[in-house]
Design a protein around this ligand. Structure first.
Ligand code: UDP
Ligand code: MG
Length: 325
């Protein structure tokens, strides 16, 4: 083992995509906060910031390298292309060395001041301390509404309940990190993985600020895709519900057939019936397409999983200690 760098107590993992202007303010503010933290014996807390450059096309990587030269506690990895925030977080979890790991956004929407509070909860025995947003007033009304609907739908459909209005900002004990690292799936819907892992979990409240610099990397279509990923990875109810639908419709059509039979026997044959035919055909056609689509969603996911491709590819490391892989 030889001379060993003391393992940091806290690793911040920070996915960044085109955030050249956000790196310096983030490092400055976080350094001030983390340097203020103390161990129970009064000594300074050891920490590292691990940036994960998620295929940035601007000067983000250069900013990371510069930050590492100023302070070697700032390290980073750069992925070979944009793999998405969830994959970048996986890369962060795989490369963080801390006894606790805190995924945090670079845009200061997650206030680093809360980390001290999270650490206190961890010290009294919680393995997961997630940040819950006190209010979503910094979000637009449609975003609040869709987020709300999403959490409800997810928790209704899935057995692993995700805490409402908790983002990825949380403190994870090393043991939780190891559990998540062992999950083999390509589909990295982090909130779902965190929820599945269990352990003693608690919340701290915080106010989510406005984005400090740069622009959001998520539009509604991306959020919708993320929501689908979340639900299909955590629940098979959308698949199974169609058998019940089918059974109910079949039952109805049986009664309808009986009714028609009786009517024909009493009143004789009458041809009109175009409207009811049309309604039945369209309704069933729509249902079939919908259920086929949902089947497709799941089959597509199986395909992705069976390829066993890596979740991300590292192109370059910045300041990672030697011998660490
Ligand atoms: N991000 C990333 N890869 C992506 C999209 C986003 O690493 O493909 C990072 C981004 O740089 C930021 C964090 O994920 O640090 C959260 O993104 P953003 O602030 O745009 O999301 P929002 O807060 O608007 O939901
Ligand atoms: Mg943000």
């Amino acid at each position: 083992m030889g001379i060993r760098v003391k393992l940091p107590l806290i690793s911040l993992i920070v996915p960044v995509k085109n955030e050249e202007d956000a790196i310096v303010p983030f490092v400055t503010r976080v350094t001030r906060v983390l340097d203020g933290l103390r161990e129970p014996d009064g000594s300074r807390v050891d920490w590292e910031i691990l940036f994960v450059d998620d295929g940035s096309t601007d000067a983000t990587l250069a900013a990371m390298i510069a930050a590492n030269q100023v302070d070697p506690r700032v390290v980073g990895i750069s992925l070979s292309r944009n793999f998405g925030k969830e994959a970048a977080l996986s890369a962060g979890l795989d490369n963080a060395r801390g006894r606790t790991v805190v995924p945090i956004d670079v845009d200061m929407q997650d206030p680093p001041e809360v980390i001290g509070e999270m650490l206190d909860k961890w010290r009294i025995g919680y393995e997961v301390v997630y940040g819950v947003r006190r209010n979503r007033m910094t979000d637009s009304f449609p975003k609040r509404l869709t987020a709300d609907l999403y959490y409800r739908a997810h928790n209704y459909l899935s057995a692993d309940k995700i805490p409402e209005h908790a983002g990825d900002f949380r403190l994870l004990d090393r043991r939780v990190v190891e559990v998540i690292r062992q999950m083999p799936e390509r589909n990295r819907f982090m909130k779902g993985l965190f929820a599945w892992s269990g352990f003693r979990q608690t919340a701290v409240e915080y106010d989510r600020a406005e984005r400090a610099v740069g622009t959001t990397k998520f539009n509604y279509w991306k959020l919708w895709t993320l929501a689908i990923d979340g639900i299909t990875s955590a629940s098979t109810l959308p698949l199974r519900v169609w058998s019940y639908m089918g059974a109910v419709i079949a039952l109805f059509s049986l009664f309808y057939a009986l009714y028609l039979l009786v009517r024909v026997m009493i009143y004789g044959v009458d041809t009109p019936g175009y409207a009811s035919m049309m309604v039945a055909t369209l309704f069933l056609g729509g249902m079939q397409l919908l259920s086929l689509g949902i089947l497709g969603e799941y089959v597509g996911r199986i395909l992705v999983e069976t390829k066993h491709r890596p979740i991300y590819v590292v192109r370059q490391r910045i300041g990672a200690p030697e011998g660490e892989e």
